[in-house]
Design a protein around this ligand. Structure first.
Ligand code: ATP
Length: 355
């Protein structure tokens, strides 16, 4: 028997404004978010990710379509009737209350017995490792500590789904990385479904069980971080997540001829005709010039990144591509600008795009 989804959006359209000024923030979005998963909505500013989150929270109603929570239609249910909580970028803590009072606030509002509020608050303080600061005012905390309080407060009523709207964007890079690990741990330990919104692709790749990539009010692709990175469906997804190369290719359905010469196997289901192929820079292998089966290339530029070297290459048909090679111990570039070399692609690494 298949498990009920935690959240489902079915053919959701959300328009703001009227007539010529109307904006379609969501344009027929359907997605199934599974119970207990860390699901990330990823996309550039204005793509509609916050709007989708607000529809799930109940702060907005869709123009059409349905939102379900564990199979129940909640499209028009008020926010306070939904077993859902939200953590915002601005933590929205009460500065005059202590850490413990902030965490217990929601439970008190729900009229839970004092003993339960005390017990749950203690458990949440332990979960986010803030026991020593229980009696401190939240105005006397660092940004990372405030974020932990906001998380503990949102988790305290044990929501079925926790919505997180760019919760780490106010933190500096080091703290952000620490909180990424912390968030993942909290999600695993509580088993609560997390729906996380970010425009940061690295954050999405490192934390998520699955990612929904959005652009212009549409979901472009849903998949695991590995699927999204290694098998992007279209040009937008391929270029939004990580660095990549695009190459024109002709396909006969079985093999692809890339950059006027290099033959590689076509993935199953590839259509015949002119297509665009994408290959990640780390899947471009440098060979000796004239090695059979490799493409002739000229080195245009060399950039040292510490852990790896980045080579800008010019292929015979005029296509420019990048190759990323792990640095050797000396960190010296193996290649120099102007040099003639050959390149190959790791078998199976090339992906044919839908558009
Ligand atoms: P960001 O990362 O910048 O927050 P986002 O992907 O979350 O962006 P949304 O906030 O969902 O994007 O906005 C999607 C589109 O809808 C944008 O074009 C935005 O200007 C528009 N929009 C959002 N809320 C409203 C509103 N209340 N009235 C009018 N337009 C809105």
């Amino acid at each position: 028997m298949s498990q009920t989804n935690a959240v489902e959006a079915r053919n959701v359209i959300k328009a703001f404004g009227q007539g010529d000024n109307a904006v379609r923030a969501l344009n027929d979005v359907s997605v199934e978010i599974r119970q207990g998963e860390f699901f990330t909505l990823l996309g550039p500013s204005g793509c509609g990710k916050t709007t989708l989150l607000r529809l799930i929270a109940g702060f907005e109603m869709p123009s059409s379509g349905t939102i379900l929570l564990e199979g129940q239609d909640i499209t028009y249910l008020p926010p306070n009737k939904r077993p859902v909580n939200t953590v915002f970028q601005s933590y929205a803590l009460f500065p005059h209350l202590t850490v413990a009072q902030n965490i217990g606030f929601g439970l008190q509002m729900q009229g839970r017995p004092a003993a339960e509020v005390k017990e749950t608050t203690a458990r949440m303080l332990a979960l986010v490792k803030l026991e020593p600061l229980a009696n401190r005012k939240t105005s006397q905390l660092s940004g990372g500590q405030q974020q932990r309080v906001a998380l503990a407060r949102a988790l305290a009523p044990q929501p079925k789904v926790l919505l997180l709207d760019e919760p780490l964007s106010a933190l500096d890079l080091k703290l952000r990385r620490e909180m990424q690990i912390e968030l993942k741990r909290l999600q695993t330990e509580t088993g609560i479904t997390f729906i996380f919104v970010t425009h940061d692709q690295e954050e999405a790749l490192t934390m998520s069980d699955r990612i929904g990539v959005m652009s212009a009010g549409k979901l472009q692709q849903v998949g695991t971080p590995r699927e999204i990175y290694t098998r992007p469906l279209n040009r937008f997804v391929a270029s939004f997540i990580g660095e990549t190369n695009f190459l024109p290719a002709s396909s006969d359905g079985k093999s692809l001829t890339v950059a006027s010469g290099h033959q590689i196997d076509a993935p199953a289901g590839t259509r015949s005709g002119q297509v665009t192929v994408t290959v990640r820079p780390e899947q471009v292998k440098i060979t000796a010039a004239n090695e059979p089966g490799s493409l002739p290339a000229t080195v245009r530029g060399v950039v040292y990144f510490g852990t790896d070297m980045n080579y800008q290459l010019h292929l015979a048909d005029g296509t420019e591509i990048e190759a990323c090679v792990v640095s050797d111990v000396t960190g010296e570039a193996a290649l120099t600008a102007g040099q003639t070399i050959g390149v190959r692609f790791t078998p199976g690494a090339a992906q044919v795009l839908e558009d």
